[in-house]
Every structure is written in C-alpha cells, then in structure tokens.
Write a protein that binds this ligand. Structure first.
Ligand code: MF3
Ligand code: CO
Ligand code: CO
Length: 264
C-alpha cells in the first residue's frame, strides 16, 4: 500500500508522479537495464543459473544500488531466472543452461528509493524456430502496448493489444500474473493485465508509472506454482517467454525507463 502523504492521484485513485520523481525512476530504470546489457556474454550453454545470479548481485553492488528482490517476501536472490517452461519467479540454482533453452532474467534495482524493474528473454545458443517466434511475439506485443499508451486510454487497451497480438500468432496470455504500478514501492496499484477488453479498466493519466511484462505461453495459458512457493511453470510443460519494461506516462505518451542499448 502506498502511504505517501499528499501524493496526487488520478480520478481512479492511481498515484501520479512529478517530473522530479520521473528523474529518480529514470535513474533506477537505467541501472536495471544496464545490468541486462552487461550479462549478455554471461548467458551461454554450460552456464549455471546460480552463477548468473551472483554475477548480477555483484553488478548491483558495483553500481552502489540495492536489489529489490533480496529480502522481498523472503526471496533470497538478486534476480529471477526462468528457463523454458518456467513462466516466472524461477529461483537461481545449480541448473545448467543448455543449447536451445530460452531464459528470462528479471532484475529489479532500488536506487535512491526508486524501483527499476525489467526483464528479457535470452536465447541460449541456437534455439528452435518455434522458440524464436515465441520470444519475438512476446517482445513485439509488449512494444505495441507501450506504443498505444497515452493519457486517456484505459488499462484494458493495453491488455487487449497484447492479447490480440499474441493470439494471432497462436500463443496464449498468462492470466495469473500481471504488470503493476511501481515507484517508491516495488508492487503497487494498478494491476496491469496483459489480456482484456478495449475500453475497460481504469483510465491512464499523465504521471502514472507502471510495468508492462507479458508472460506468453506456447500452449495453454494455465500455470502452476511449485512447492518452493515461487517457481511458476506452464501446466502443459511447453515454453513460456516474458519481457518487462518500466514505463512512465508523459504528455507525449509512454516513456520507457528501462531501455537497453539496442532500444535507443
Ligand atoms: N521482478 C518481478 C516482477 O516483475 C517480481 C519478482 S519478486 C521476487 O514483478 F521476489 F520473486 F523476486
Ligand atoms: Co514487475
Ligand atoms: Co520484474
């Protein structure tokens, strides 16, 4: 829950942030995105996900920021690493990446009180055409949704854009997890669903900050959480991909706060 005093809110009760707040969020977002760029050469067949996580933890330390995930509801790692049929919240472990895997790495940095939350799906060596198509459709659906964001549209327009895009490609949208408001708090209102009806849900206003982070499955949308309390897998064991950006709504539309080098 957000308890900041005097935080302006939209008519629908969503926190609105100032230009100065945007600057803080930009800095936090940049750090998280830089980490995803800096680990590119650390994702390869034979790499172990625990080592990949320690590399991320070290990068966070080198940048003098904090990991928002370490200590979050008892989570102990600097990243979530979700391989193949793992949808999200994969726990770094002894698991070794192999040629053909697809792996999502999700990092949230906390800098000067602001959260930058971003993830991408990497290809481990060469992957199948099918996996390639899933990764690309997931990314493109997120970017299409980001492009339509502007003052006055509805949250349902985001969900509808993503769902329409990926279903046309024959994939399904995970409904058990969603994007979220973010700022001085890691997860806050509103919930940003990656499916839904155009024109439904709260209105987006200039000053809002949230993530968009579609999880898209090759087969069924249904998921299950493992006994470890974190790892989420597809019910049918088929692949799932995810990308995540943190965005701020300006009067000129969405500004991506977690752009990676290749996105400038
Ligand atoms: N970064 C994830 C998100 O996009 C949340 C991870 S919470 C953790 O919202 F505790 F699993 F790390
Ligand atoms: Co997020
Ligand atoms: Co994230």
């Amino acid at each position: 829950m957000n308890l900041r005093n005097g935080q302006p809110k939209s008519k629908d009760g969503i926190d609105l942030y100032s230009a100065k707040d945007f600057e803080g969020m930009h800095a936090a977002g940049r750090v998280a995105a830089d980490i995803l760029d800096e680990i590119v050469t650390s994702v390869f067949p034979g790499q172990n996900t625990g080592i990949l996580d320690s590399i991320i933890e070290q990068l966070i330390e080198d940048k003098n920021v904090d990991s928002a995930t370490i200590g979050y509801r008892g989570y102990k790692h600097a990243s979530c690493i979700s391989v193949n049929h793992v949808v999200c919240h994969g726990i770094p472990s002894e698991k070794i990446l192999k040629e053909g895997d697809i792996v999502n790495v999700d990092v949230t940095a906390l800098k000067n009180g602001w959260h930058g939350d971003t993830s991408r799906t990497f290809k481990v060596g060469n992957v199948s055409v099918k996996a390639e198509k899933l990764i690309k459709a997931t990314y493109e659906s997120m970017m299409e949704a980001i492009e339509i964001v502007k003052d006055g549209i509805h949250l349902g327009d985001i969900g509808s854009t993503i769902q329409t895009y990926v279903e046309k490609e024959g994939f399904s949208v995970v409904q058990d997890f969603c994007g979220h408001g973010i700022g001085e708090t890691f997860h806050k209102e509103p919930n940003v669903l990656h499916y839904g009806e155009k024109g439904s849900g709260e209105k987006i206003k200039t000053g809002m900050i949230s993530t968009i982070e579609p999880m898209i499955n090759q087969g069924t949308k249904h998921c299950k959480t493992l006994k470890d309390g974190w790892t989420v897998e597809t019910k049918d064991g088929r692949n799932s991909a995810q990308w995540e950006h943190t965005i701020a709504v300006t009067k000129n539309g969405a500004e991506i706060l977690t752009k990676r080098n290749e996105e400038f």
